[in-house]
Design a protein. Structure first.
Ligand SMILES: [Mn+2]
Length: 446
């Protein structure tokens, strides 16, 4: 697939506008995709001799845009902005590089794959779109591709395979030697035992968070627990033996097709500045964790080449991974079932989406989307997650969250498979009832 020509022409026109403005105000989202998009834009700005100011946001509010009124700076919104396009377009110089669904039509400087016949859920993410903008500013920015790749993996657009415009960019990056792909076990870490025990994705009951269980599993496979993960990846027979037994375990624990397919994976190996080798997944997790630990600027600094920040992101990642695991081990007992959905009250801020997604993929009822509610002051922050099998059956969580959110005086939106909302705390039950009803309509339940 080629990248849509009209979109590329628009990116070029937006890049031309950007090149003549010296001050760039960049807004981006605090997840891995957003931070990577922001990092790519920051480096693009620096290389073009611009001053930039970056704001990394959990949510974009109308007031943020209202405050920009009258500025002569270039305003770039990455991984967000489409929903406020009617306000943003009134600014003198603004570019939106978003991939979330919206109700607008194509207009100058509003760049969103959904407006160009592509699917923003799978074909292009915030960071691959920011990357296209970056190479439209200067083709020498191709070397920033590793960050686009990490963002793509962060938004899970590599599952079940890299598609659409992402694929076109990826293929070119492979040709340029900017990424190497290797098939192997989907465990991150040096030694197999530690990598399996700490793994949340795949989450394998009796192995994840269970060192004795993992040890005896490896024993049954005849594998030394200290074997480097790389050595197993390089040994086809051993790799297949372990993988086939793990797939069986995931199926036995009620895991989804997506979950079972996570055991073996395509690993995308990147090389960062200073010759640092990392997998796209590790880099994306590091960026994601810096955001979740309320320090997305550390992730940004790492992308700008600061080595201590990269190290700090690695620590954030370990902490976050362990924290998610503690919650996952306890999740099954907390989930409540309604007719068409299941939900839980999440205890740890910024973990709701991850827990909902992982729980659904690996051990919760695969027939019902999962809603995580996290209390924040007088609001609930809602994260909802589905599976592709549910989306193919008609589920559109973007519509569900927007509609149910608005009906109880909140806001919501996102992607069909993963979406969010913010609602007044006292509307919890009304909101859940609405979500249950709309999901039931979508999935054709009685
Ligand atoms: Mn994104």
């Amino acid at each position: 697939m080629r990248i849509d020509n009209r979109m590329m022409e628009q990116l070029t026109r937006s890049a031309e506008m950007a090149k003549v403005i010296d001050e760039w105000r960049i807004f981006t989202h605090y997840d891995a995709d957003g931070i990577c998009a922001g990092g790519i834009l920051a480096r693009t700005a620096l290389r073009a001799g611009k001053r930039f100011h970056m704001t990394i946001l959990r949510d974009l509010y109308q007031s943020t845009i209202a405050n920009l009124e009258g500025t002569s700076d270039l305003v770039i919104l990455a991984d967000m902005g489409s929903s406020y396009w009617d306000l943003i377009k009134k600014l003198d110089h603004a570019v939106v590089l978003d991939h979330h669904k919206n109700d607008f039509h194509r207009e100058e400087h509003h760049i969103n794959p959904n407006l160009y016949g592509m699917d923003g859920t799978s074909d292009l993410c915030g960071s691959t779109l920011a990357f296209l903008f970056s190479i439209a500013v200067d083709p020498a920015n191709w070397d920033l591709f590793p960050y686009a790749m990490a963002g793509l993996v962060g938004d899970r657009q590599h599952v079940p395979e890299i598609r659409g415009a992402n694929k076109a960019i990826f293929d070119m990056a492979v040709d340029k030697g900017l990424v190497t792909s290797v098939h192997g076990l989907n465990f991150q870490g040096d030694r197999i035992l530690d990598a399996m025990v700490r793994s949340n994705d795949p989450f394998i009951v009796g192995i994840s968070g269970d060192i004795d269980g993992a040890r005896s599993f490896l024993d049954e496979c005849g594998v030394d627990p200290d074997t480097p993960v790389n050595d197993i990846d390089n040994n086809d027979d051993l790799c297949r033996l372990i993988a086939s037994r793990l797939v069986l375990k995931v199926i036995e624990q009620g895991g989804s097709f997506e979950g079972a397919s996570e055991i073996m994976t395509q690993k995308y190996l990147l090389e960062l500045d200073g010759g640092i080798g990392l997998s796209a997944r590790s880099l994306s997790h590091m960026m994601n964790s810096s955001g979740r630990k309320d320090s997305p600027s550390t992730g940004l600094a790492a992308i700008l080449g600061d080595m201590p920040s990269l190290e700090r992101c690695r620590e954030f990642r370990e902490d976050y991974r362990d924290g998610v695991q503690v919650e996952l081990l306890d999740l099954a007992g907390q989930v409540e079932r309604m007719q068409n959905i299941q939900f839980f009250e999440n205890r740890v801020p910024a973990m709701g989406g991850a827990l909902a997604g992982l729980g659904l993929e690996y051990f919760l009822d695969r027939r019902a989307p999962v809603i995580a509610l996290t209390k924040a002051g007088d609001k609930f922050k809602i994260s909802s997650r589905g599976l592709w099998s549910l989306v193919h059956a008609g589920l559109d969580l973007s519509y569900v969250m927007r509609t149910a959110g608005e009906r109880v005086g909140g806001v919501g939106g996102g992607h069909p498979i993963a979406s969010g909302a913010t609602i007044p705390v006292e509307k919890k039950q009304q909101f859940l009832d609405l979500v249950d009803e709309i999901v039931g309509e979508q999935l054709g339940a009685i």
